[in-house]
Design a binder for this molecule. Structure first.
Ligand code: PAF
Length: 278
């Protein structure tokens, strides 16, 4: 496995690869959720590139860019064991040789960013799409793997690929959960013991919502009220129903509904997201 930190060397290595290329874009602090993407990519491609880059332009000014967990050596070990060919871990100056305000960015439309995570994190998806597009160009990947936990991110990237005719297949991968159903996230590292307990009320709400739907309850208000009751100790940023095909808000649940939650836990103020497909 090669660990590469500069674009010139990456381009050279990519040129010499034979067969298909799978890309797993990450910000590092790899956990079993990432590992499931990497394992799938290794299974489906001749070569796998994992990018590890904490992308500053997708963080807002008051967000956790500085304290975002970084553990390159451990991440590389995981990649090596999983059969990855290249880890691309560039410095910020290698990816962006200009000020953020002077870069060409990909800005998805308001219809998809002015809601949910995009609403509370202005500019976030411009940063995500721009770095992902650069990684697609640099790696010339045939397939790229993204987790369904970031459902809005996945939808927006699929739209970018369609709108801009990128020649790449986006492979959505299921959410990986701990035994007690907490969705895996690099930000779980921030949680205190008590926060971790309270964080479980997010997945409990989602699984309970699915059960209510399966029992015939479709009214958004009834389902949301039940969720909010379970999450009463959290600061809920949003709980919403969207159609999985359009990402438009829904007034009532149906089999195309994704229920999405973003909430903060009280002690560490960690912001967590999760969702469930009905
Ligand atoms: O999901 C993430 O970890 C990031 O948003 C991504 C896709 C690697 C872009 O920085």
């Amino acid at each position: 496995m090669k660990i590469i930190d500069n674009i010139k060397e990456l381009k050279n290595e990519i040129k010499n690869l034979k067969g298909s290329i799978g890309l797993v874009p990450t910000m590092g602090a790899l956990h079993n959720g990432h590992k499931s993407l990497i394992d799938r990519a290794v299974n489906e491609n001749d070569n796998v590139v994992v990018s590890i880059f904490v992308n500053p332009i997708q963080f807002g000014i008051n967000e956790d860019l500085d304290k975002y967990p970084r553990q390159l050596n451990l991440d590389c070990e995981l990649c090596q064991k999983a059969g990855v060919k290249i880890v691309f871990a560039p410095k910020v100056s290698e990816m962006y040789d200009d000020d953020k305000n002077n870069l060409t960015l990909i800005c998805p439309p308001y219809s998809v960013v002015d809601k949910l995570c995009g609403k509370s994190r202005p500019g976030h998806f411009d940063g995500v799409c721009s770095v992902v597009a650069k990684l697609f160009n640099l790696t010339k990947a045939n397939r790229a793997y993204f987790g369904q936990k970031d459902a809005q991110q996945l939808f927006i990237i699929q739209k970018m690929v369609k709108d801009l005719n990128f020649d790449i297949e986006i492979i959505p991968c299921p959410i990986v959960r701990e035994a007690d159903n907490l969705a895996l996230s690099s930000r779980n590292k921030y949680l205190s013991e008590n926060d971790r307990k309270l964080a479980l009320t997010i997945s409990q709400s989602l699984f309970n919502a699915k059960k209510m739907f399966q029992e015939g309850i479709k009214q958004k208000r009834a389902i949301i009220d039940a969720c909010l009751k379970l999450m009463e100790q959290l600061d809920v940023e949003y709980i919403e129903f969207v159609d999985k095909n359009t990402f438009e808000f829904q007034d009532e649940a149906n089999e195309n509904t994704i229920i999405l939650i973003a909430a903060r836990v009280p002690e560490t103020n960690t912001r967590l997201i999760d969702n469930i497909n009905l």
